[in-house]
Design a protein around this ligand. Structure first.
Ligand code: ATP
Length: 248
C-alpha cells in the first residue's frame, strides 16, 4: 500500500493566450519520498506541467484546468505561488534565474524571505545548503552573475532549499552543464531524497541522467502523459531513446 500522494494531478489541460493548447491530458502523482522524472521531447509540455503545479501560468498568459489538482490535499490551481512555496512546494525554474548583481549568500537568503522563515531557521538552512554545496561557500561573497553555470544551478537549488520544501520541482537542471557537474547535482538531490525524504519532480530532456536517479518516470508526448513506468524498467528497455521521445 503506497501512501497518499503529495502531488495529485488528473486530467490537467493548459491553454496559452486563449488559443495555444499546450497540455490536453496529463495525469501525474508524486508520492512522499519519491523522485519522479518528467521526460519528453522539446515542446512536449514539461515546463508547462511544472508551471501549472506551482500556479505560475498567469504571468505567461496560461490557463489551466484539471479534474484533480492537489498538493498535500490543497488545490494548487487556487493557491498563489507564494502560498504554495510556504506550504512546501518549491520550484527551481528553467534557466536558474538567480539575481545576478546580488551575492551568492544574498540570493540564498532571498529564498528564505520568500518563504517567511525566521532568522534562526534562515541561519540553520544556510549552513545546511553550504554543507550540501561546498562550492557555494567559496563563492558566498561573489555576485551570482559572475559564478559558473554549475554554481548558478547549485545556487538556484540552494535558494529553493532555504524555503524548506517537501516537494522540490526542477526544470531541466542539467541544461548547459558539463557531465561531471550534472552528476554532482543529481547526487546531491538523491542524497536529499534519501537522507531527508525530500520528494522531487524533475523535468529533463537528458533522460539517461534523470532515470539513473529517479524512482519513476512519466513520459509526456504532445501535451499528454503517454507512459508511466518505474525508472529501472524504463532504463532497461530496448530502444529507450526512441520510446521516451515518443517515436515508437
Ligand atoms: P522545452 O524543453 O522546450 O522547455 P517543454 O517540454 O518544457 O519543452 P513547454 O515549454 O511546456 O514544453 O511547451 C509546450 C507547448 O506550449 C509548446 O508548444 C510551446 O510552444 C507552448 N508554449 C509554452 N509556453 C508558452 C507561452 N508562454 N505562450 C504560448 N505558448 C507557449
Amino acid at each position: 500500500t503506497s501512501p497518499r500522494p503529495l502531488l495529485e494531478v488528473q486530467k490537467l489541460s493548459v491553454v496559452y493566450n486563449g488559443a495555444v493548447v499546450a497540455l490536453t491530458h496529463v495525469d501525474l502523482d508524486v508520492r512522499p519520498r519519491e523522485i519522479v522524472a518528467l521526460l519528453g521531447a522539446n515542446g512536449a509540455g514539461k515546463t508547462t506541467v511544472l508551471r501549472s503545479v506551482s500556479n505560475l501560468l498567469q504571468a505567461v498568459r496560461g490557463q489551466a484546468r484539471a479534474d484533480r489538482a492537489r498538493f498535500d490535499g490543497a488545490d494548487f490551481l487556487h493557491l498563489g505561488p507564494g502560498d504554495l512555496v510556504r506550504r512546501g512546494l518549491v520550484p527551481v525554474l528553467e534557466g536558474r534565474r538567480v539575481f545576478g548583481p546580488l551575492t551568492v549568500e544574498e540570493n540564498l537568503i532571498s529564498g528564505a524571505i520568500g518563504a517567511a522563515k525566521s532568522r534562526a531557521q534562515t541561519a540553520r538552512n544556510l549552513e545546511r545548503v553550504y554543507t550540501l554545496f561546498p562550492k557555494l561557500v567559496e563563492r558566498r561573497r561573489s555576485p551570482a552573475g559572475l559564478t559558473s553555470g554549475g554554481e548558478q544551478q547549485m545556487l538556484a537549488i540552494g535558494r529553493a532549499l532555504m524555503a524548506e520544501p517537501r516537494l522540490l520541482t526542477l526544470d531541466e537542471p542539467s541544461m548547459g552543464l558539463a557531465p561531471l557537474v550534472i552528476q554532482d547535482i543529481f547526487r546531491t538531490l538523491k542524497r536529499l531524497n534519501q537522507d531527508e525524504g525530500l520528494a522531487i519532480l524533475v523535468a529533463e530532456q537528458n533522460s539517461a541522467v534523470a532515470l539513473a536517479y529517479a524512482h519513476r518516470a512519466v513520459v509526456l508526448e504532445n501535451g499528454v502523459s503517454a507512459h508511466e513506468e518505474d525508472a529501472t524498467t524504463l532504463r532497461a528497455r530496448d530502444g529507450m531513446k526512441d520510446f521516451y521521445l515518443g517515436r515508437t
